[in-house]
Design a protein around this ligand. Sequence first.
Ligand code: ADP
Ligand code: MG
Length: 600
Amino acid sequence: MVMIRVLDNATIDKIAAGEVIERPASAVKELVENSLDAGAREITIKIIGSGKKLIQIIDDGQGMMPSDAELAFQRHATSKLSSIEDLDTISTMGFRGEALSSIASVSEVTISTRHESQEVGTCLTFQGGKIVEKGELGMGSGTNIQIKDLFSNVPARLKFLKGDRVEMSHIIRIVTERALANPNVSFTLLNDDVEVINCRASQHLEDRFLDIFGRKAAKASVKIDAGHTDILVHGILAKPEISKPSRDDLHIFVNLRPISNRMLAAAVADGYAGMLMKNRHPVGVIFIQIPADKVDINVHPSKKDAKFSDPKPIANLLKEAVAEALGNTDLIREVGGDFQRTLESRAYVGQPPARRIDRDMSDSAGVRPAISRTSTHWPPKPRSTPSQTHLFKEDAETCEDHEVPGSGPMPSMVPIGQIINTYILAQSGKDLLIIDQHAAHERVMLERLRNADTKITQQKLITPITLELGPRERELVDHYRPILEDAGFTIEPFGRTTYLVRAVPVFSGSLEEAENILAMVQELAEIGKARSIETKRDEILQLIACHSSIRAGEKLSMGRMKRLISEMHELDNPFNCAHGRPTIIKMTDRDLEKMFKRIV
Ligand code: ADP
Ligand code: MG
C-alpha cells in the first residue's frame, strides 16, 4: 500500500539546499558574493579538503547586527530586497535569501560578525540549521564564516561529488571569476594552507590580469575596447602564443556576471582568425555590457548561460574588437611605415634620385651601379628578364630547384639565401620574405612536440651526455621527469650529483649537446613547480622547442633552408614563434618601389 507522507521541514530544507548548494564551489560562490555585497575590500577564502572539510570566508565588509545575524539564516531572509517591485532585482542579481539557510541545513556553520555600528561582534554556531551556541566577541568590523563538514548529513550528495582535484578546480574558477570582476577588492585563496590565488586590490584590470594569468600572459596581452550603440565590450586578452588547450581560461562576463556561452566564446576565438592553432583556446577576460532588457541571464547556480534577444551584433562586435586588438589583418607582417621611415631618415632625403643612387653604390665596393649617372630615364624600366642572385654559392643548383609549393595559409616560396647567418631570404611571387630562422624553427619544433599524441620517438645516444646538477636542478629534473620522458628524453641519476642523458627526442638537433640540455634544465626553474605538472606541460614543451631549434647565427645550407620552409608549410600557424614574435616579415614589390622612389 502506498502511503502519502508530508516531508518534515528538515528534509524539505535539505532538498531545497541541494538546488542552491550543489557542491563546495557553490557555497564559496554564495559566500563570496555576500562579502562583495557587504562592501568588502579584502576577502580571504580558506579551503581544507577541497571544501568538504572546511570553507572559511573572512571579509572586512559592513558586518551584521546581532539580530540580523540570526535572521540571516532563516529561509528567504534577505536584506537586499524590501518590496515586490524589487522582484526584477531577484532575477538579475540572484538575491533570494536562500544561501545561508541552505548552507546551514547541510553543514555545521560558525559565524562571527560585527556591524560597523557595534562595539562587539556576535558569534553563532548552527547545527542542522539550528542555533546551538551564541555569544559575543571582540573583532574588527566584518564577517568570518566557517562551513564545516559540508553535506556530511546528506550522504547522497556527498557521493555525487567528484574527486578533490575537480572540486578544488571549481572553487578556483569561482574565485578567479569574482576576482576578475572586482579588481578593486583583494582576494586570497588558500588550499590546505597553500596560497593558490593572491590578488592585491587595484584600480586597474591590468594588475588583476597579471595576478591571475601570470607575468608571461600579461607581457603578451592586448586591451579590448569597443562599443556599438548600447553594447560595450572591454577586457584583456593574451596574444595567441599564450593559448591554452582548454576553454577554461577565457572568462566572459555579461553585465559583470560570469557566463559560459558557446557563441560568445566562438566569437572571441574567431577574432584570433588563423592565429590560434587547432585545439588551442584564448586566454583572458572579456566584459560585455548590455541593457538588462536585451539579455536573460539564468542565475541558477548550476547554469549560467545568457540568452540574448539579438545575439548576432554582439558576436560580430566581439570578433571585430578582438581582431582589431590583435592587429591580425595580415598574418605575414608587412614591413610597416617605421622601417621605411628609418631608411628615409638617412641622408638620402631631398637629393635627386640619380645622384643618391650613385653615391650609395660607390660606397659599397665591388657592386656595379645598376643605374648609370648619365641615365636619362627615372625611374628606369625594370629589365624584362630579371636574373636572380645567389647570396651563397655553396649549392650548385639554381634557386628554382628549391621552390616550396604553397600550402594552407602559406604561399609558395623560393629560398634565396641567408643573411648574417640569422635570417633566410625568400621570394614569393613579387614579395620578398625575411624569415627569422630561430623563431620559425622553434614554432616547428613546438608543434611537433604538442601534436605528438603519445611518447615522442627517442634517439638513443651512443655516448650518454653527463650532466652535473646542483640540488635545485636535481629536484626540478626529478619533478619534471615524466614530462621530459614523454617528450623523448631519458634522464637517469648516476651517482649523487650526476645525471646521464641516454636519449633525446629524435628530431632535436641542438639538444645533443650537454650545454644546451643544461641551459634547458636551468630554465625549468623559471617555470617553478607551484601548480600541477599538467598545467606546466606546455611551458616545458616550449622550453624544449626553444633549446632544440636552429639558433640565430647558425649557418644553413640551401637544402636546410628549404627543409625549414617546407616544415613551416605543414603548420596551421607558422606566423608566430612560441613567444609571439613574428617568424616572417614581408616586403612587397610596391614597398621596394616606394623605397627606391620609383613611385611616390
Ligand atoms: P541574499 O544574499 O540573497 O540576501 P543570503 O542567504 O546569501 O541571501 O544572505 C542573507 C543575508 O545575510 C543578506 O541579505 C545579508 O543581509 C546578510 N549577509 C550574508 N553574508 C553577509 C556578509 N558577509 N556580510 C554582511 N552581511 C551578510
Ligand atoms: Mg547571498
